[in-house]
Write a protein that binds this ligand. Structure first.
Ligand code: Q9C
Ligand code: ZN
Length: 342
């Protein structure tokens, strides 16, 4: 298995996350990358490569141009406006307001392009997001060319990022960028299997009307879990995409047996679809010790997860999403990848 990593993913070093009404040090921190990298090296999972620069074209294939321009200029505009802290949205085009005009100043644009308030923007955020999509593209390109598995140590994560919205620690939807790249290189059916604790609302939204990407997600029930407003089982796709979006919401505390049985259903659907490539949105925040999540995986269960994914027998690219129990994040990721290689 080949691993892709870029030091530039550590350039996002924000100080603040709005959590439980307090500004705390962010759960999604650069140490996550260092810890996973250490474990990958020690466990000798595979060669570690830096990706090339793929430019903005693969991002613009799934994201709105004005949204990307906003991310690029946000921190500069926020500083020019003389704001004291990091850029955090505090007003949205909520249900009773207009969403058909984009405000001109940074405070208004922040709310327009944000789907939540926990994700601050500061120096280095845009650069890290660029590096993260390059990591994803390096990994998927390797799998496309070799049919061998790959792991992209993406950071910041991507699956909450929609066509023109950031949030949930995500800016560019790395899995969506990679899936679109695979289609543009001639693959006709790509599956994205999202095992992060949180629903991949962004990935779902990007491909909701399409049949060339099957999105399948196992996650915490949105009735009680972030991102709250998407991820129910009755969201099955629209138009040509009808039947190509599959959600498996599960209650907090769901045991690993139930989760694994649900995974079997998900893999069955992916095989029936005829996927030529599987992109796994790998969030290890399904770990019992995760500070912001509520599933019950033990570290050893991640080996089983990797084994089950290997049994599907499809070309596979793993892309890092969430996982905030930093003491165990490296072990949990390595266990998935080692399980896959067994
Ligand atoms: N402040 C990913 O796992 N809010 N994102 C949770 C803690 C946002 C998670 C409450 C969670 C986002 C990629
Ligand atoms: Zn998550």
């Amino acid at each position: 298995m080949r691993i892709f990593h870029s030091d530039a993913t550590r350039l996002r070093q924000v100080r603040t996350e709005l959590h439980d009404g307090v500004l705390v040090s962010p759960f999604e921190c650069p140490e996550r990358v260092s810890l996973v990298l250490d474990h990958l090296r020690r466990a000798e999972v595979g060669e570690i490569h830096a990706p090339r620069d793929y430019g903005l074209a693969p991002v613009l294939a799934v994201h709105d141009r004005d949204y990307v321009a906003f991310l690029e200029s946000c921190w500069r505009e926020w500083q020019a406006a003389g704001r004291e802290g990091e850029a955090i949205p505090n007003i949205w085009p909520a249900r009773t307001l207009r969403a058909d005009r984009i405000p001109e100043t940074v405070c208004g644009k922040l709310g327009y392009y944000a789907l939540a308030a926990e994700t601050s923007i500061a120096e280095g955020t845009f650069e890290a997001a660029l590096a993260s999509k390059d990591v994803a593209l390096g990994a998927v390109e390797y799998t496309l060319e070799s049919n061998e598995p790959s792991f992209g140590l993406c950071r910041p994560p991507g699956h909450h990022a929609a066509v023109d919205q950031f949030g949930g620690y995500c800016f560019f939807n790395n899995a969506a960028v990679a899936a679109q790249y695979a289609l543009d290189k001639g693959r006709r059916r790509v599956a994205i299997l999202d095992v992060d604790f949180h629903h991949g609302n962004g990935t779902q939204q990007i491909f909701y009307g399409r049949d060339d990407v099957l999105f399948v997600s196992l996650h915490g029930d949105p009735a009680v879990t972030f991102p709250y407003y998407l991820g129910y089982a009755d969201e099955t796709g629209v138009g040509a995409g009808e039947g190509f979006n599959i959600n498996y919401p599960m209650p907090p505390g769901t045991n690993v047996d139930t989760w694994m049985q649900t995974l079997d259903q998900a893999l069955h659907a992916i095989k029936r679809y005829g996927a030529e490539l599987v992109i796994v949105s790998l969030g290890v925040d399904i770990f019992e010790g995760d500070p912001i999540s509520a599933f019950t995986f033990q570290s050893a269960d991640f080996i089983t997860l990797g084994q089950r994914l290997a049994e599907a027998g499809l070309p596979t690219t793993f892309l890092m999403e969430g996982g905030y129990a930093v003491d165990e994040i490296g072990l949990n990721v390595v266990n998935v990848l080692k399980g896959f290689q067994q």
